[in-house]
Design a protein around this ligand. Structure first.
Ligand code: HMG
Length: 445
């Protein structure tokens, strides 16, 4: 079977930055370490007043098309994944195509366009749809553009406010990809949950603590389901495991559970037994409560072993570097984690061609999906082309007052107009409203 996967990726961050330990914690009168150590976050990205999900998505896609020398005729499909859409009928992908048509001679009339919704997992679902479209032979030699774009804002004062973020990831899906090939094996963990939802409202209703438990439960199901088709996963099978990252502290919890799972009944569990004992098994306990207490004790001890720390530092920590500085990008988050890991490998001079990633996506509501990816021999050039560090450095750092203003600007219930904090250059910008309430965009040279 021909290899299908991600040929190229581009990341576009919102142009504003909120320092969490410095500005946010100070204003809330909280210990900065709650953010840096607890949640694992240093800063969030925010959209300036002229930015939204369309501009960020179109800018990421434009940069990708320019770098790859593509024309509209090369793209047969545009899928946008978002949970920040502002229209219940007209998909964001039509707006993105409209933007791109302003700067290319051709058009996207031939391209199938859509919008995917399932909280944060929709980005991976779109990727999957695009791969299946190619595998089914329907692409007529063309590639698909998948764009995951969100302004992940919470209501002011919500516990989730510290995890906000805004940005887009554009991915080109092709045959014989340069970056990663996706496995056809997938595992799912999916259930009707009410942990995080937006019932026709802009900002989410969140049961934060429960959402953490739901993430872990669904991810565990997905891993077991993946193993049922792909075989048992072992700790050294994958060079990195990029996971959906609402905040790095969440992935820290998931990683510990995953490690416990993959070492069970292996020589690693036996080796560690001398230090911390064997993993508790439910059948050895009289009550569920006793079993859970023993499990908690084992996990605390496991976390402190050198074996686990080494695995975590090598396989998980590198996936979190970008996230620490941008916050939650919802649909784009797991794709940022992949890029972060590969960037780390490039900077360390590692040769990864042929190595595998274990990718764990998640969306509240809730569903987790796990698949494997094989790194292709063009990965270094693709990752080298990212300018994400430059983008992050160029963000305007907001004061608390700036932050309050910009949150209001992006609040759909409010009609606030403020001067932009940054000067757009070579990017699409929001340009006001049309006669039917549609949003208008223009390209700024
Ligand atoms: P919170 O009440 O602000 O924070 O809510 P906390 O008190 O639970 O503290 C957070 C961590 O910091 C804890 O670590 C504290 O111990 C630690 P843990 O015990 O959990 O390991 N901490 C400190 N550490 C060092 N020094 C200190 C200190 N103080 C505290 N001084 C919560 C946290 C996650 C609930 C909140 O941020 C929230 O509601 N977030 C939004 C929901 C969310 O992100 N859920 C994640 C799973 S669901 C998901 O990923 C889906 C999502 O992306 C949406 C989608 O799919 O569309 C959200």
């Amino acid at each position: 079977m021909t290899a299908v996967g991600i040929d190229a990726v581009e990341i576009w961050t919102g142009n504003l930055k909120l320092d969490l330990p410095g500005t946010f914690a100070a204003e809330k009168g909280e210990d900065p370490e709650k953010y840096t150590k607890g949640l694992g976050l240093n800063a969030s990205s925010f959209p300036d007043s002229y930015e939204d999900i369309v501009t960020m998505g179109a800018n990421a896609a434009h940069r990708l098309m320019e770098r790859k020398g593509l024309e509209p005729d090369d793209i047969g499909r545009i899928d946008v994944a978002t949970e920040s859409a502002f229209d219940n009928s007209k998909p964001v992908s039509t707006y993105v195509a409209g933007c791109l048509e302003q700067v290319y001679d051709g058009d996207f009339h031939h391209a199938n366009k859509g919008e995917r919704k399932f909280a944060c997992i929709a980005g991976t679902q779109s990727l999957d749809d695009a791969c299946n479209w190619i595998r089914a032979g329907r692409n007529r030699g063309r590639s698909a553009l998948v764009i995951a774009t969100d302004t992940a804002l919470y209501a002011r004062g919500d516990a989730g406010e510290a995890t906000q973020g805004a940005g887009a990831v554009a991915m080109l899906i092709s045959e014989d990809p340069s970056l990663v090939e996706l496995s056809t094996e997938q595992g799912y963990g999916s259930a009707d949950e009410t942990d995080f939802l937006k019932p026709n409202q802009q900002f989410p209703s969140v049961d934060g603590k429960r959402s953490v438990q739901v993430y872990l439960a669904r991810m565990r199901e997905a891993l077991e389901d993946f193993e049922s088709v792909a075989g048992e996963v072992h700790e050294d099978d994958f060079v990195y495991a990029p996971f959906h990252t609402p905040f790095p502290g969440m992935v820290r919890k998931a990683a510990l559970l995953a490690f416990r799972h993959v070492i069970r009944d292996t020589p690693t569990e036996d080796e560690l037994a001398e230090e911390i004992g064997r993993q508790p098994r439910p059948e050895a306990f009289d009550s569920d409560e006793e079993y859970r207490d023993a499990l908690r004790e084992y996990m605390d001890a496991l976390k402190d072993t050198d074996r686990y720390a080494e695995w975590y530092d090598a396989t998980i920590d590198p996936t979190l570097t970008i996230s620490r500085n941008v916050g939650n990008w919802y649909t784009g988050s797991v794709h940022v984690a992949r890029a972060s890991a590969l960037k780390h490998a490039l900077e360390a001079g590692r040769d990864l061609t042929g190595e595998k990633l274990l990718v764990g996506s998640y969306g509240s509501g809730a569903q987790a999906e796990i698949h494997a990816e094989t790194i292709q021999d063009g990965w270094e050039a693709e990752i080298e082309a990212l300018n994400v560090d430059e983008q992050l450095d160029n963000r305007y750092e907001m004061t608390w007052e700036d932050y309050e203003e910009i949150h209001d600007v992006h609040n759909h219930e409010m009609d606030v107009d403020v001067e932009e904090f940054t000067t757009p250059s070579e990017e699409f910008v929001f340009d006001g409203w049309g006669r039917m309430g549609e949003r208008k965009y223009r390209y700024v040279e």
